[in-house]
Design a protein around this ligand. Structure first.
Ligand SMILES: NC(=O)c1ccc[n+]([C@@H]2O[C@H](COP(=O)([O-])OP(=O)(O)OC[C@H]3O[C@@H](n4cnc5c(N)ncnc54)[C@H](O)[C@@H]3O)[C@@H](O)[C@H]2O)c1
Length: 413
């Protein structure tokens, strides 16, 4: 079978991470890139790593003409217009085998629903990229504990956290462009992976029914001086005027449809985790069994003393969002694999070659958007949100959080 030619829209942080992951995947290559910035750098990465010719395209239409799969690796606030351009290209004769969208699918439920409608109209298989469900450590834990789940009963509590010291690009910090703060940006990961962990092994990813959500959000670091000023100087985003939350936590209750058993997913996310760097933490607790994943535990440790610290050029070569370059450092030898990017590409490759959606499709992305938005609603009202109430479901269709509207000051200060 011929290699699938993937065309990237966007050539920033995630495009490079995915390109690194692609070097570990057979049957996929970088066919092209269309990006406002960074296209040259991504194309040279492709050349240096035998990842294909990676044609630099000057429009979405040109990219669609030269690739089999288009991957949306551009910021959240340009999703809709880019997918509309893909729809135009397909209407104009481009033959695509697959469409990929990075998390979060939409910044609101309405936006995510519009994207699903566009994908239906485009009519090619799609995949929603949520890497944490594909992490080998998560997959192995669930497979290893499948017999225990069968005999003892399902996992009843899943806890999940993704935390670091804050995003790399200014647009992430701007709630009106990104769609919120850390809940919108990283809560979507933790909510999705917890839902998956609680799902009985082998069942569909939306098998468990969401019942309720109770959440809290706060601005614990970046709204205070001198950090607020530092953020303004670094990103141009002023948290005295348009703040977003840098911490969120919450609990989602799900119900097993056959037994009615309630199970709980607890999520915690922050942009004020001033420790080694990115930390993913997940655990699952069932009756008599459990698992735990902590991405900061590495088999590799490096030590850099004060005298040698100046020689370290870039702390992030050790770990994503690393904040220190001396002392005892956790170094992850293969982050693209650890975080699940390799396996999510393999899933998309196999699905598109067979003419079907990936394990996670855009409809699933819409469900995750709904849960995130319900969490914002809960935090705004200081109430538990009943997800089984048709009036709430209706309200979520047009809901836009105060944070996303740029009115975060009304609840964060
Ligand atoms: N799965 C993950 O862990 C993960 C990690 C980081 C980012 N993401 C997601 O990936 C997406 C991109 O994030 P990023 O960190 O790579 O952002 P980034 O800012 O680093 O890169 C964005 C790229 O898109 C380009 N771009 C901007 N507007 C464009 C337009 N209109 N047309 C074409 N190109 C355009 C920029 O020039 C840049 O190359 C976001 O949706 C983000 O949520 C996911």
């Amino acid at each position: 079978m011929e290699s699938l030619k993937v065309g990237c829209i966007g050539a920033g942080f995630i495009a490079h991470f995915q390109a690194t992951a692609m070097t570990m995947v057979r049957g996929m290559e970088l066919g092209g890139v269309y990006s406002l910035k960074g296209a040259e750098r991504l194309a040279s990465f492709a050349r240096e790593n035998n990842l294909g010719t990676c044609r630099i395209c000057s429009s979405v239409a040109e990219l669609c003409q030269h690739c089999d799969v288009v991957a949306l690796f551009a910021p959240n606030y340009v999703r809709l217009e880019l997918v509309e351009q893909i729809a135009d290209a397909v209407r104009g004769g481009a033959e695509l085998k697959g469409l990929i969208c990075e998390k979060p699918l939409g910044r609101t439920v309405a936006e995510a629903r519009r994207l699903v409608e566009l994908a239906d109209r485009i009519g090619v298989p799609n995949a929603y990229f949520e890497n944490q469900l594909h992490m080998k450590s998560i997959r192995r834990s669930l497979a290893q504990l499948a017999p225990q789940q069968e005999v003892m009963g399902p996992i009843a509590l899943a806890r999940s956290a993704e935390e670091h010291a804050g995003p790399h690009e200014p647009w992430f910090w701007d709630p009106t462009r990104q769609g919120g703060g850390v809940l919108s940006d990283m809560g979507c990961h933790s909510i999705a992976v917890s839902w998956y962990v609680l799902t009985p092994f082998g069942r569909p990813v939306t098998y468990l029914q969401p019942v309720s959500v109770q959440a809290d959000i706060a601005l614990l670091k970046w709204g205070r001086e001198p950090y607020r000023q530092q953020l303004r100087e670094r990103t141009g985003v002023d948290y005295s005027r348009t703040p977003a939350e840098d911490f969120c936590t919450g609990m989602i209750t799900f119900r097993h449809p056959e037994t009615d058993q309630p199970v709980k997913a607890q999520f915690t996310n922050s942009w004020m985790y001033d420790k080694q760097g990115l930390r993913l933490f997940m655990d699952g607790l069932g009756p008599g069994y459990a698992f735990e994943v902590n991405s900061l535990r590495s088999p590799l440790e490096v030590f850099v003393g004060d005298a040698a610290a100046q020689a370290v050029a870039d702390a992030e070569t050790a770990l994503e969002k690393a904040t220190a370059s001396r002392g005892l450092l956790a170094v992850q030898p293969n982050e693209a694999d650890l975080y699940g990017y390799v396996d999510e590409l393999i899933d998309a490759r196999d699905a598109f070659n067979q003419g079907r959606d990936g394990l996670l499709n855009w409809r699933y992305g819409l469900e995750i958007t709904k849960l995130c938005q319900a969490a914002y609603l809960s935090a705004e009202r200081g109430q538990r949100i009943d997800l089984t109430d048709p009036a709430i479901q209706n309200e979520l269709e047009t809901y836009s959080s105060l944070i996303a509207q740029g009115r975060g000051g009304e609840i964060l200060f």
